[in-house]
Design a protein around this ligand. Sequence first.
Ligand code: SAM
Length: 221
Amino acid sequence: MSRKTWAAVDDYIVEALFEADPALDAVLAANRDQGLPPIDVSPAQGKLLSLLTRIQGAKKVLEIGTLGGYSTIWMARALPMDGKIVTLELDPHHAKVARSNFERAGVSERVELRVGPALESLAALGAESAGPFDLIFIDADKPNNPNYLSWAMRLSRPGTVIICDNVIRDGAVLDGGGHDVNVVGARAAFSFIGGDKRLDGTAIQTVGAKGYDGFAIAIVS
Ligand code: SAM
């Protein structure tokens, strides 16, 4: 199986199961026009985040790593009217594009975007007692995965769902002796989830338009 087939099957999934979504198409177009890297989740993954938000009955969501807000919008739309998603982004240009995307998608009221290093934003959220969040999506700089998981625990409650993206990395996660900081970050996520008795988790390998990767998902007890 090739990446071309995985992408074609992703297209098939979208065509068979999704309504046309000009607003989300416009988000991806704006991201491209503004020079953002195409590292947002795929449509099928975005829909999964949306379904998980609904399955969880989440009212408060935390996202670490906004980019242009594609995944944020999928989750924001799945929230109830009084729900809220706080999303954290380091890069001011990404944040500017995301804000305009939130406006266009009509979700600005439900999104709070904080700009700066996520570790600082997380400390601020902790100081404000902003938690507990019902669902936390970690998708930023991978070396900080253990720090983000640590903050996720502090900002969670029993029953909070934590999702950590890009933990398979073309299978490179097997390379325990390597020096790729992203692989080290992926393995650190596994160590954290496997080593914290309050977390019960698994990881799912995925193929699709974004290649071969996967995500870890865990629930806090
Ligand atoms: N979740 C987004 C989506 O699917 O649409 C994709 C997020 S992208 C993979 C990762 C983002 O994390 C980038 O926009 C990057 O600028 C941001 N980022 C990297 N390091 C960060 C940090 N220390 N604090 C906050 N954001 C950071």
